[in-house]
Design a protein around this ligand. Structure first.
Ligand code: ADP
Length: 485
């Protein structure tokens, strides 16, 4: 039963959704990680450049490097200069900016010097930013920071240039335009995003096609199954390829075959039974209609006839039950049977059946995997027929033998009238009888039961007949795995 709350998505859509979700997730994680790593690298490189610029400024004004490892702790104190103006001028002339970088020298809060080189952007254009930097460094400290300015997103460093004894204060500011610095990886990442999107669409199309192809036999299966009704089981689903879906199709076809066969057998049996029961019923009814209730003799003979017909009918019903059991349930209780023992047991039972010259002709020495009960039943049926259709006192032989290394034969040979030509197949059909022997009671079901039992064992019933006798034999494999499934 479908879950009421789940949306009704076909398997194809679900497979595709899963593929796309996993692929998209993998692409986002991969691309995102690569972007963050690259971005971090750029940020670190920019900071290293900024610190190096301050370091250079310090070298320019003091002639020596700072002892501080990251170079941002102390402002540059100019020893060889007399005032901040000349010190600042020297720094701006000597510490040159790289691409996307711009520097400025601020003297007493007023932007005074710019770099000797032309730069991509100009810090003097943004007085708000400069004002902020001046305030931040008022306490004389070096400041490394980030600012959203009118120029763009800036990463900057500012260091006071202090000349001992001089009154004016210099401030060296250098900054990177981070938008421009990150532009390369941003472009690379947006290219990656487009390629990923196109790949995703490609994977989606291929996935849709492949899932559709793989599921096509299942769609055929559904269509065929919905076409097939209990009255028409003749359809089969075309098996394509050699994979699990085609194996499933073959299995369903097999199942349909078995269902078809069993339904056909069932309806055939019903038709036969109706036909066979009609005759005794008509006979009984005909006699009852014309019986004279005042005539005691007439009543008596009609009663005898009716009981006779009813006995025949109940015998028929019993045999139909047996046949149906064998044909429809088909379940055998196989055990390892000693064929010689079985032969002796069946011979003992058969010889008690009638007044004939019963003889045990041969005994096979073998072990067979068969249903002993069913084989005995079939073999005794053959013996009973032999007794029924041959003259009292005549010779009836019975025996078992290995027909090949892995097939055993249980046979009965009589000296009866044989089966007339052309009737050899007919007698194995349900209710099939030889007309001229109507005198002998029988339903015509005995040999069909024998054939059904042999068939259930994966074997057959063979017949050799002549006007001087018949030989019926049940021929079955000794091992179960030779039975077609
Ligand atoms: P039934 O014996 O009840 O008629 P069976 O299916 O056993 O039904 O046999 C079918 C027909 O085959 C019989 O009516 C009979 O004519 C013929 N038959 C079977 N066994 C023999 C036999 N041993 N000798 C001659 N005819 C036989």
């Amino acid at each position: 039963m479908p879950h009421p709350r789940l949306p009704h998505w076909s398997v194809r859509v679900r497979i595709l959704a899963a593929i796309l979700a996993v692929t998209a997730l993998a692409m986002i994680v991969t691309g995102g990680t690569a972007y963050l790593v690259q971005r971090d690298r750029v940020l670190q490189a920019v900071d290293a450049h900024l610190v190096a610029a301050v370091e250079s400024a310090r070298v320019v004004v003091t002639g020596s490097r700072s002892t501080d490892p990251d170079g941002t702790a102390a402002p540059a104190v100019a020893a060889g200069f007399t005032d901040a103006r000349t010190a600042l001028e020297a720094v701006l002339a000597r510490v040159l900016p790289t691409p996307n970088q711009s520097s400025i020298g601020i003297l007493d809060g007023v932007p005074t010097y710019v770099s000797a080189l032309e730069t991509d952007f100009h810090l003097e254009d943004d007085s708000a930013f400069l004002g902020r930097v001046v305030t931040e460094t008022a306490d004389g400290s070096v400041r490394l920071g980030t600012a959203e300015s009118a120029i763009g997103n800036l990463r900057y460093i500012a260091t006071p240039i202090i000349v001992p004894g001089a009154e004016s204060r210099g401030l060296f500011v250098t900054a990177y335009d981070m938008d421009a610095e990150l532009a390369v990886i941003t472009t690379a990442f947006s290219t990656y995003a487009w390629v990923a999107l196109v790949s995703l669409v490609g994977i989606g199309l291929v996935g849709w096609y492949v899932a559709g192809r793989l599921l096509r036999p299942i769609r055929h299966l559904t269509a065929a199954a919905s076409r097939i009704t209990a009255t028409d089981l003749s359809q089969r689903i075309p098996v394509a390829g050699n994979d699990d879906v085609s194996a499933l199709t073959a299995t369903v076809n097999d199942m349909l075959g078995r269902l078809d066969a069993s339904l056909t057998a069932q309806s055939q049996l019903l038709a036969d039974v109706r036909h066979e029961l009609k005759t005794p019923l008509t006979i009984v009814r005909g006699h009852l209609e014309v019986v004279d209730p005042t005539d005691a003799d007439d009543v008596q003979s009609t009663r005898t006839l009716a009981i006779d017909e009813l006995d025949r009918m109940s015998g028929l019903v019993d045999e139909i039950g047996l046949l149906a059991d064998t044909q429809m349930s088909g379940a055998l209780h196989r055990t390892q049977i000693d064929v010689a023992d079985l032969t002796e047991q069946v011979f003992a039972k058969a010889s008690a059946l009638s007044n004939h010259d019963w003889r045990l002709a041969e005994t096979a020495t073998a072990v067979a995997s068969v249903d002993a009960g069913r084989i005995t039943q079939a073999w005794l049926q053959l013996a009973d027929n032999a007794a029924k259709y041959s003259a009292a006192g005549s010779l009836i032989q019975l025996g078992s033998r290995m027909r090949t290394a892995d097939r055993v034969e249980f046979w009965v040979l009589d000296e009866g009238p044989g089966i007339p030509e052309g009737m050899e197949d007919r007698i194995f059909e349900r209710f099939g009888r030889v007309d001229s022997r109507r005198g002998i009671q029988g339903s015509g079901l005995g040999l069909s039961i024998v054939a059904a039992i042999a068939g259930a064992h994966g074997g057959t019933v063979t017949l050799q007949t002549s006007p001087s006798g018949s030989r019926f034999a049940i021929d079955v494999p000794t091992a179960q795995d030779e039975v077609p499934q």
